[in-house]
Ligand binder design. Structure first.
Ligand SMILES: Cc1cc2nc3c(=O)[nH]c(=O)nc-3n(C[C@H](O)[C@H](O)[C@H](O)COP(=O)(O)O)c2cc1C
Ligand code: SF4
Ligand code: SF4
Ligand code: FES
Length: 623
């Protein structure tokens, strides 16, 4: 399939509309139903591919191939409930489907006409099974703009993307042939970078457009190194063409014919889908020479990252693409003027780019009407930790943390108390309960000592120790520091050492002072964003949970019961002397005669808790 002109693309779009008709509940076109089986990494690793094959097999053997189509799609966001299937046009949403459920779905639902009850989601707020996404609290407050095609189209078929208005935004920009006006549209939309810093995307494009250089480059940053984050991966897996289209639009606006997608090699499925999409786009004449017969040339190459967090920082990323060691360099001159190989370069995050085509199609006013005054549109978050509904959620900016955690996230499981939410990954901080009604936008989060970051959001409950949380992130940044500058290389190491000391019950008040002082130095003296933000988890936990630090330092206690060195395992007088604990103890540190009270030798106990599990009368406790 080769599309030779803008006119041909428009005609192709119209001719492919029937492909999505069932999914838009519009018409019966040949088939009567389509099953979209989630093919994102989460569901994939829970056997969704096998499920898809079984469904296809079953559809064939039950003789309904003419009526039913089974397709793979991108992430629905509710990965913890996967594998997920959505049946169109019935609008039935199945969760936790196993490959062996294929027969029931085909026979009972597709042939018999009754949805399979036990595969529906049990909505906890009403304690009832619900059929549609709209009835689920998890989806009620979500607005899928960046994720608009995930769950709707098959990411491996360019025709489906074209049916969903794919490449029409590029056509529009090429037709208008006015890079300056197009860039202005993006400025007016208010779109800001979703990779962490929140820089206005249109302004960045405009600066690169105005810069002079023999060649210019567009980079898509798909490094996604934040622990727990998978927004960019899901977007590339579920809708790779939207990233390609956005990069081509960027190329046209800034005057570039070359793009790079920098993606970590640990994302094999995303890479696979991206390769397929690039190949399809080239064959269709939507990438390469003379795109849509307009004379515009643009192509994209994939560059693989080896999984170093610092390589997501744009200057380190450019060094890495150039083939050098991925270390950041000083931005005396902005990359928009001198970036890759010293040429003007525009780097954008995957999610930022995913928003671009729809902004060009729907207009800047449409986009800027969503969100808050300074943060427009939506943001995708990877919601995790101590929350019932773990998954990928997209909400309008301005949604409050409370809505995210308690309505979309369904609150804290096991009747535990909410303690804090950690946003922004290793560069961010913790936000305590008093700020739960804060609307999520770039400025508000910074004001309360955290940041948006790329979108990791970890909910913490009373069983999380805040010193331990700071330690966790410091371990990460320490490991990931490239070592180029001393404040980051040595400073994060010293911060970590002090945190370790405190969690071992060896911390002093002087350590608490030093933690705060050194955090300031590391923040102000480091070269790149990694070092400049590395102390944020320490600073925010010190600010909001100082009492917990004091409990570790003064009382040698970990109130959450996490720091092992501060805990004792003790046997109470409920002990009946059954000897079970002594028999399971791997270091033989429990003594006692049959039918007599047993005792733990505290010097030898390694706190493995095997005895607690073995005791039939709950006589052993962690104190
Ligand atoms: C240590 C570090 C890691 C980063 N990792 C990423 C990343 O994985 N993906 C990303 O898009 N931006 C990352 N960034 C931000 C980028 O440097 C850059 O600001 C971003 O890619 C620009 O795109 P945007 O304007 O669309 O957000 C990182 C920054 C730092 C300091
Ligand atoms: S701040 Fe850290 S990661 Fe960044 S350049 Fe310095 S040493 Fe490397
Ligand atoms: S297992 Fe429990 S009851 Fe049995 S000896 Fe140990 S502490 Fe006592
Ligand atoms: S991977 Fe299937 S719902 Fe996210």
């Amino acid at each position: 399939m080769k599309v030779n002109s803008i006119e041909e693309l428009k005609e192709l779009h119209v001719s492919k509309l029937p492909l999505l008709a069932l999914r838009q509940a519009k018409a019966h076109v040949g088939k009567e139903r389509v099953l979209m089986v989630c093919g994102g990494t989460g569901c994939h690793s829970a056997s969704s591919q096998e499920l898809l094959e079984n469904l296809r097999e079953e559809v064939k053997s039950q003789g309904v191939s003419d009526l039913v189509e089974v397709k793979a799609t991108g992430c629905f966001g509710f990965c913890a409930e996967g594998p997920i299937i959505k049946v169109f046009p019935d609008d039935v949403f199945y969760v936790k489907v196993k490959p062996e459920d294929a027969k029931r779905i085909v026979c009972e639902h597709l042939i018999g006409g009754t949805p399979v009850e036990d595969l529906l989601f049990l909505e906890p707020t009403i304690n009832e099974k619900v059929q549609t996404m709209q009835e689920m609290e998890f989806y009620k407050k979500q607005l899928r703009i960046a994720l608009r095609n995930c769950g709707i189209i098959d990411p491996e078929e360019i025709e489906e993307y074209i049916a969903a208005k794919g490449y029409l935004a590029l056509a529009k920009v090429l037709e208008e042939a006015n890079p300056e006006a197009s860039t202005k549209l993006l400025i007016d939309s208010g779109l800001r970078g979703r990779g962490g810093a929140g820089f206005p995307t249109g302004i960045k494009w405009d600066a690169t457009r105005k810069a002079t250089g023999e060649k210019k480059y567009v980079i898509c940053n798909a490094d996604e190194g934040d622990p727990g984050a998978f927004m960019d991966r899901s977007l590339l897996e579920g809708d790779p063409h939207s990233i390609i289209e956005a990069m081509a639009i960027a190329g046209y606006c800034i005057g570039s014919d070359t793009g790079f997608v920098y993606i970590r090699a640990e994302y094999p499925l995303a890479i696979h889908r991206l390769e397929i999409a690039l190949d399809q786009a080239r064959k269709a004449g939507l990438l390469g020479e003379n795109i849509l017969g307009t004379g515009f040339n643009f192509d994209i190459e994939i560059k693989y990252g080896a999984g170093a967090f610092v390589c997501g920082e744009e200057t380190a990323l450019m060094r890495s693409i150039e083939g050098s060691r991925g270390e950041p360099f000083n931005k005396n001159v902005f990359p928009s003027e001198q970036g890759l190989w010293g040429m003007p370069t525009c780097t954008n995050n995957v999610e930022t780019l995913a928003n671009v085509p729809i902004i060009f199609l729907n207009g800047s006013e449409w986009f800027s009407s969503i969100g808050t005054e300074k943060s427009k549109g939506t943001k995708v978050f990877a919601l995790g930790g101590k929350v019932r509904n773990i998954g990928l959620v997209e909400v309008p900016m301005g949604t409050t943390l409370r809505e995210l955690v308690f309505e979309i996230g369904g609150g804290i499981p096991n009747d535990r108390e909410f303690k804090a939410v950690q946003t922004g990954g290793p560069s961010g901080g913790v936000i305590p309960a008093q700020f739960l009604d804060t609307p999520i936008d770039y400025e508000s989060l910074v004001e309360i000592g955290s940041m948006m970051g790329s979108g990791g959001m970890i909910v913490l409950d009373e069983d999380n120790c805040m010193v331990d949380i700071a330690k966790f992130y410091l371990e990460f940044t320490c490991e990931e520091s490239c070592g180029k500058c001393t404040p980051c290389r040595i400073g994060t190491t010293r911060l970590l050492e002090m945190l370790v000391k405190i969690t071992k019950g060896q911390g002093t008040h002087k350590d608490l002072e030093n933690l705060a002082d050194l955090s300031k130095t590391v923040t102000s003296a480091s070269l790149c964003g990694l070092g400049k933000t590395a102390a944020n988890p320490v600073v925010s936990t010190l600010k909001y949970f100082y009492d917990e630090y004091l409990a570790h330092v003064d009382d040698k206690k970990c109130p959450a019961g996490v720091c092992k060195d501060l805990l004792r395992i003790e046997i109470s007088d409920r002990c009946i002397g059954c000897t079970k604990c002594a028999r399971v103890c791997p270091v033989s540190c429990i003594e006692g005669k049959v039918k007599e009270l047993h005792v733990i030798n505290q010097d030898e106990c390694i706190k493995c808790q095997a005895c607690i599990a073995a005791c039939p009368v709950n006589a052993i406790e962690m104190v």
